[in-house]
Design a protein around this ligand. Structure first.
Ligand code: TXA
Ligand code: MG
Length: 344
């Protein structure tokens, strides 16, 4: 991006490129307590200094995020882990070595230097090292741990392109780094390492199988990740995104659910309804299990697109629960108006 482009803005939000001068400018905004949206390999994040309470407060205001939902702190090297967390178990180092930079957030004991506001008052902190060059250079250049929730308005799908960020947050944040879409498309896996054994609080971009292989043990999925009076991952208790059109999630045997999906599509099609197909192809018989990475990559952008195009009904098909399928099914179940199980 050349110098004249640097002044481009929408409603006062600077549109930055991903070149070095732009990253330097973005870093200085963070150092001065401002908010910068930046790409990661999972979704776009809304960055603020994790050491600056006023900046953190602005994040909650810009997103309309409940104050008791903590933020993930982003770092650019394993060394920095010790500046944000204390009493770090060996498992954290094993996982960092295997998967960082990458889509894994580790919940650890919070270091005193990190603002309690990051953690919404919890004694713990979630930390990750993102796998995108722009994100890593931004954190390094700012010389700060960067707190970053997904860069969307609370309750809308996470953004996987800079346009999604602009749609939600133009005029509410200082700048956005414009770069390629996020490759993974679902948020990081949040793993709690503060208990007697590791627990997945949110399934995400790193699969349970890979975690288990690296740790050499079975990893539990938090039952609290759904409905609980005191969820261990506070974000899981909030109302999740529901598309404007009703979303029917069809589960059951691959042949049975495909048959029902065909019938539903034909029935509503005849009635003149605009029907969207989320994660399957009616003409293909495959149960999509192998395509789950591709489904994850497109999930949020498809939902945003269906909303903007005024569909009457969204049909979705169950995916395999292996790999990223666990995260996809977690998001689909939350977005669904109804889950229909085919018995055959
Ligand atoms: O991939 C991602 O994780 C993206 C990118 C930007 O890094 N970030 C993201 O942040 O998804 P957010 O704020 O949308 O989701 C953070 C999740 C929430 O469910 C929150 O409750 C949980 O992580 N979380 C954060 N800190 C926690 C903590 N100390 N203990 C338990 N859960 C925590
Ligand atoms: Mg989010």
């Amino acid at each position: 991006m050349n110098m004249s482009n640097k002044a481009r803005n929408i409603k006062g939000t600077l549109l930055l490129g991903n070149d070095r001068p732009s990253i330097i400018m973005a870093a200085s905004i963070l150092q001065n307590g401002g908010l910068v949206a930046f790409p990661t390999e999972t979704v776009y994040g809304l960055g603020a200094s994790a050491l600056d309470d006023r900046a953190l407060e602005k994040v909650f205001i810009a997103k309309g995020r409940p104050a008791d939902n903590p933020l993930i702190v982003h770092i650019a090297s394993v060394r920095e882990l010790e500046t944000v967390a204390i009493n770090i178990p060996n498992q954290a180092y094993i996982l960092a070595e295997s998967f960082w930079p990458g889509p894994l957030s580790l919940v650890l004991e919070r270091a005193p230097g990190v603002s309690p506001m990051v953690s919404a008052g919890l004694k713990t902190v979630a930390v990750r090292m993102p796998d995108r060059p722009e994100a890593l250079s931004l954190i390094r250049e700012a010389g700060l741990p960067v707190a970053a929730p997904s860069a969307n308005i609370s309750g809308s799908p996470s953004p996987t392109t800079y346009r999604h960020v602009i749609d939600d947050l133009a005029g509410k944040i200082d700048a956005v780094i414009m770069s390629a879409p996020c490759a993974i498309g679902v948020e990081s896996t949040v793993l709690d390492l503060t208990g007697s054994s590791p627990v997945i609080l949110r399934p995400g971009g790193l699969s349970k199988e890979k975690l288990e292989l690296a740790l050499g043990l079975q990893v539990a999925l938090s039952v609290k990740s759904h409905a609980s009076p005191a969820p261990s991952s506070p974000g899981m208790k909030y109302r999740h995104y529901k598309p404007c059109a009703p979303l029917l999630l069809v589960t059951g045997s691959p042949s049975g659910r495909k048959k029902l999906l065909r019938e539903l599509a034909a029935y509503y099609g005849k009635k003149g309804k605009k029907v969207a197909f989320l994660n399957f192809d009616l003409n293909k018989y495959s149960d999509q299990a192998g395509d789950v990475d591709a489904i994850a990559a497109k999930l949020y952008s498809s939902l945003r697109c269906f909303d903007s195009r005024g569909y009457d009904l969204i049909l979705a098909e169950e995916t395999d629960l292996t790999g990223l399928g666990l995260a996809v099914m977690n998001r689909l179940t939350r977005a669904a108006t109804r889950v229909v199980k085919v018995l055959d």
